[in-house]
Design a protein around this ligand. Structure first.
Ligand code: C2E
Ligand code: CA
Ligand code: CA
Ligand code: CA
Length: 279
C-alpha cells in the first residue's frame, strides 16, 4: 500500500518534471539546444560486420534531473507516452539529431546515417512526414540517410493515420526499421503490408546466443526472413566477441552493442571513428 503510494507520487512528480523540462526546452534561446533543460542525446554506432565499418548511429535520449540525476529512458519514455508528452520529446530528438548529423558532416566527420526512435503515438498524429521533410531539407540531409525505428506495436494498430504516415515516409525515401523484432505479438503479415526496410533482432535473442544453443536457430530464422523479404538485419545488444562471430557467420549485416561501442555524446564520435580507423 505504501509502496503503491510512493510509486504514484513518483510518477506524478516525474510527469510534472518532464512537462516542465519540455517547456523550458521550447522556451530556450534555441528551441533545440541541448543541456539547458536536462535533455541530451547520446549516439550509439551500428556497424557493418563485413567489411567492418560504421553503418550509422542511433540517437538515444538522456535526461538528467536536478535532484534525481540520470533517469533511465526505460522509465521516462513510457511515462511520456502515457501522459501525452512523447510527441514533443520525439520531435526534439528528431530536430536535434538531424542537425547534429549536419554538423558532423560540415566538420568532415564521416557519419553515413542516423537512426531515430519514434514512438507509435507519434505516428498516429499524421504530421510526422512533414516534419521529417522539413528537418532534412533545413540541414541538407538526404532522406536515404535517415532511418526511423518503430516498435512492432505500431504495426498492429489499425490507425489509418499511421498507415498513411508510413507510406508517406517511405515515399520520401526514409528507411523504416522494426525495433525489438520478435518480441511483439506479431503476425508477420505486416511485413508485406507496410513498407518496412529493416528488422532489428531484439537484444533478448542475442543475449545468450553464445551460451544457450536454442537461440541460434531463432536468430538464423530472423536473418532468413530478412533475406527472403529483402530487409536489412541489425542485431542489437552484441556484447561479446563470440556473439559477434556467430552473427557474422549467420550472415547478419549490421551489429550494435557494447562490443563495438557504447552510446556516447556527439563530441566523442570523431575520436571513436579515429580510434577504429587505427585498429
Ligand atoms: P532501444 O531502442 O531498443 O535502444 C537500445 C537500448 O539498449 C539502449 O538503451 C542502449 O543504450 C542499450 N544497449 C545498447 N547496446 C547494448 C548492449 O550491448 N548491452 C545492453 N545490455 N544494452 C545495450 P537506452 O538508451 O536506455 O534506451 C532504452 C529504450 O528507450 C530504447 O530501447 C528505446 O525504446 C527508448 N528510447 C530511447 N531514446 C528514445 C527516443 O528518443 N524516443 C523514443 N520514443 N524512445 C527512445
Ligand atoms: Ca531503437
Ligand atoms: Ca531495440
Ligand atoms: Ca528495446
Amino acid at each position: 500500500r505504501r509502496d503503491m503510494n510512493e510509486q504514484a507520487v513518483r510518477r506524478l512528480e516525474m510527469e510534472a518534471a518532464l512537462r516542465e523540462a519540455l517547456d523550458r526546452q521550447a522556451a530556450g534561446p534555441r528551441g533545440d539546444a541541448e543541456g539547458e533543460a536536462g535533455f541530451e542525446l547520446h549516439y550509439q554506432p551500428q556497424v557493418r560486420l563485413n567489411p567492418y565499418g560504421l553503418h550509422r548511429v542511433e540517437a538515444l535520449v538522456r535526461w538528467t534531473h536536478p535532484r534525481w540525476g540520470a533517469v533511465s529512458p526505460m522509465e521516462f519514455v513510457p511515462l511520456a507516452e502515457e501522459c501525452g508528452l512523447i510527441d514533443r520529446l520525439d520531435s526534439w530528438v528528431l530536430e536535434t539529431s538531424v542537425a547534429q548529423l549536419g554538423r558532423w558532416r560540415a566538420a568532415g566527420v564521416p557519419v553515413p546515417g542516423l537512426a531515430v526512435n519514434v514512438s507509435a503515438v507519434r505516428f498516429a498524429r499524421g504530421d510526422l512526414p512533414d516534419q521529417v521533410r522539413s528537418v532534412l531539407a533545413a540541414n541538407g540531409i538526404p532522406a536515404a540517410d535517415l532511418t526511423l525505428e518503430i516498435t512492432e506495436r505500431l504495426m498492429m494498430t489499425e490507425e489509418v493515420g499511421a498507415h498513411d504516415a508510413l507510406d508517406a515516409l517511405h515515399a520520401l525515401g526514409v528507411t523504416l526499421s522494426i525495433d525489438d523484432f520478435g518480441t511483439g505479438y506479431s503476425s508477420l503479415s505486416y511485413l508485406k503490408r507496410f513498407p518496412v526496410g529493416e528488422l532489428k533482432i531484439d537484444r533478448s535473442f542475442v543475449k545468450e546466443l553464445d551460451i544457450d544453443a536454442a537461440n541460434r536457430p531463432l536468430v538464423r530464422a530472423i536473418i532468413q526472413i530478412g533475406e527472403a523479404l529483402g530487409l536489412t538485419i541489425v542485431a542489437e545488444g552484441v556484447e561479446r566477441e563470440a556473439q559477434h562471430r556467430m552473427l557474422e557467420a549467420e550472415g547478419c549485416a549490421i551489429g550494435q552493442g557494447y562490443r563495438f561501442a557504447r552510446p556516447m555524446p556527439a563530441a566523442a564520435l570523431a575520436d571513436w571513428l579515429a580510434a577504429e580507423g587505427r585498429q
